[in-house]
Design a binder for this molecule. Structure first.
Ligand code: SF4
Ligand code: SF4
Length: 302
């Protein structure tokens, strides 16, 4: 039996997570808790209950079957006490409109590779491959490594999308199986990094240097969030990296999208999230031209 892990989803024919047409595997679990996370359902390491308010008919059938009193009525509306859920799943079986689901599923490496191999022709024809993302894939280290290793055995291009916050020896261990790292650079200020993501950035910088010095192919990915890190200081820091690390494979900026807030509401985790408007194209172009003025060439929108 091959290694098992918990995934959120597998997205086939993805074009945003590395070159060409790819299959992206989103794993559960992340040591960070970014206020702007696009995939909040991937932060928690475990399978979770998800509640879609828009689909709920307020029929209250779930209340009577739940052994943990997770569901209750307030002012005629169905509410959920997520912290009490023990994942019995009974409420799912009586919900008439699929308002309740579970986020996360257990999969073996073999099962994932079987799915990945179905699209091998697309990868070959487009210069694509497989991306492991999350969450933070390094948190399910053996699982991630085995998927990447199997991809390489099948001559499939591999990309690892990482926040950089994992033990350094793991990055060296996994490097032979990764053709391209998508490496996050979220905030240059030490204190602000902690405030926005829950962790300091020293380990992340250390691992970036380690990978770079050992010849890893890296694209730096910079989420830019209005009112948080769209500052001159941070843009300067990005341009400093561009000048210093001349063998970087590219720099991408990822304009903020508020898709994460809605997903966070579904799992009862919206308290930690910012609520700002999705960045429009005009703003994104302003950021690109500001970074270009700092000397960065060929910035891409991620
Ligand atoms: S059973 Fe489903 S539709 Fe009915 S109240 Fe519960 S969540 Fe809403
Ligand atoms: S590192 Fe990525 S997955 Fe983890 S919380 Fe931040 S944005 Fe979300």
């Amino acid at each position: 039996m091959s290694e098992t892990g918990i995934i959120v989803d597998i997205q086939r024919f993805s074009i945003h997570d590395g070159p060409g047409i790819r299959t992206t595997v989103f794993l559960k679990g992340c040591p960070l808790n970014c206020k702007w996370c696009h995939n909040p359902e991937a932060i928690n390491y475990n399978i979770q209950l998800s509640f879609n308010r828009e689909k709920c008919l307020d029929c209250f059938k779930c209340i009577s079957v739940c052994p943990s009193s997770v569901h209750f009525e307030r002012a005629g509306k169905h509410e959920v006490n997520f912290s009490e859920c023990n994942l019995s799943g009974r409420c799912l079986t009586v919900c008439p409109n699929k308002a309740l689901t579970l986020t996360g599923k257990v999969r073996t490496v073999d099962k994932i590779i079987e799915l990945i191999l179905r699209d091998k022709d697309y990868y070959n024809n487009s210069g694509g491959g497989v991306t492991i993302s999350g969450g933070e894939p390094m948190t399910q280290f053996q699982f991630t490594k085995q998927i990447l290793k199997a991809c390489k055995e099948n001559e499939i291009h591999t990309t690892l999308d990482t926040c950089g916050h994992a033990p350094s020896d793991r990055y060296l261990d996994i490097m032979p199986y990764v053709d391209l790292f998508l490496y996050d650079f979220k905030e240059s200020d030490f204190q602000k990094h902690k405030e926005y993501t829950g962790v300091y950035n020293d380990l992340i910088q250390k691992n970036f240097n380690l990978l770079y010095d050992n010849g890893a192919k890296i694209i730096l990915r910079c989420p830019i969030v209005p009112g948080f890190n769209d500052t001159e200081k941070h843009f300067h820091a990005i341009s400093d990296i561009y000048r210093k690390f001349t063998k970087l494979h590219g720099i991408e900026i990822m304009p903020y999208h508020n898709i994460g807030l809605d997903k966070a509401r579904k799992i009862g985790a919206e308290q930690n999230f910012i609520s700002v408007d999705t960045t429009d194209k005009v703003k994104s172009r302003e950021w690109i031209s500001a970074l270009t003025k700092y000397g960065i060439k060929n910035i891409k929108l991620g």
